[in-house]
Design a protein around this ligand. Sequence first.
Ligand SMILES: *[C@@H]1O[C@H](CO)[C@@H](O)[C@H](O)[C@H]1NC(C)=O
Ligand SMILES: *[C@@H]1O[C@H](CO)[C@@H](O)[C@H](O)[C@H]1NC(C)=O
Ligand SMILES: *[C@@H]1O[C@H](CO)[C@@H](O)[C@H](O)[C@H]1NC(C)=O
Length: 366
Amino acid sequence: MKLWVVLCMALLWVELQNGACQQVKRRKDVGENRIRPGGKRFKARPTKPKDGGVKVQSLLTQVLDKGRFLRLGPSITMTPGRSMELRCKGNSIGWSYPAYLDTFNDSRLSIKPSDKYSQLILTSPSAADTGPYSCWVIVCDGPECERDHDRTYASYIYFTDKDNFFVPSPVHFEIVYLRPDRPAVVPCRVTNPQAKVSLHREVPPEEILANGTQLTYDPTKGFVLQNPSPEHQGVFYCRAVTKGTPQISSKYQLLYVEVPSGPPFVSLDASPKSVGGGDSINVTCTVLGEPEVDVSFTWFYPGQGRRPVHIQTSWRLVDRGMSHTTRITRSVLTLEDMETIDFGNYICKAKNQNGETIVATTIVSK
Ligand SMILES: *[C@@H]1O[C@H](CO)[C@@H](O)[C@H](O)[C@H]1NC(C)=O
Ligand SMILES: *[C@@H]1O[C@H](CO)[C@@H](O)[C@H](O)[C@H]1NC(C)=O
Ligand SMILES: *[C@@H]1O[C@H](CO)[C@@H](O)[C@H](O)[C@H]1NC(C)=O
């Protein structure tokens, strides 16, 4: 009965003699040293090969079952549904992940820092979580902290889903703006990097062939059009094929725009042009600009703080012919029952990401 125990002991003894156990132990020691950064030791960075040579190993790992770790390379394919745990070594770590997870304030995502590493957990990942995940070491000099660009590790993670060849988008019909001065991207990203993807125009139905220069496909971005022009406008979709099965993406409306980027182009109008006491007036501040550029307005007027006004802001897209699209953003200030203090200068300040423009008009009593 006890024979097998004796046998095992004997085997173990042989193993020990061979140094197998010591080897295992030594390897463990090395590992422990590596994950003990402890403040100062962090700065005394191990000699980094500057002249090529050995590649810097990523500190971004995936925790597999049974405590095994997988160092993540530039991209990796994972199975949806199974919780993902990533770790990044260091006592002060920053993370980035697909913006989608923040937009929807997803409770599936959690980040837990600890002394030795930071942990990112994403429960029940799905095709929509496909995207770039990265971590970096935060270095602090007193109160000022910044990201160490040399120690930033990234991996593009595909959650390959046989029902979703394309990364689902929250919108079913996306608008892609084509500009003469920059490449445009039709963002049909795939969940399987091996999928064969093609771009198609809806009317007239035709496939647009990627030819490596003007049109290229990048599974992490989509189709990239190097030099968009008005003839690339229209409704498009992508088609992906994996293992002989095709699937099509949501649709994309490609619109050509040719509006210079800069501070808002503003005009200010009062209607009616001439008012008397007791009349009502609308003062309209109009901005013509690029379709996706938001504009905010600030008003200054004679009765500010003393008189009730109604301000309404709205915008719409207008096809301006010649296949160009413009966004018209308006702010209308309405004043009813004009009083003496209401006459004077009405100033509209319109602001976008590129700057601000101030325009004024004077309302005089008729
Ligand atoms: C997002 O989640 C945080 C923490 O759970 C919560 O405090 C916050 O109100 C949420 N924001 C939105 C917009 O749901
Ligand atoms: C590549 O494709 C684009 C878009 O269809 C086309 O405009 C361009 O002429 C093509 N270039 C070559 C070298 O075939
Ligand atoms: C001001 O604009 C509103 C909404 O467009 C309109 O109903 C109203 O008649 C206008 N008032 C004047 C005085 O133009």
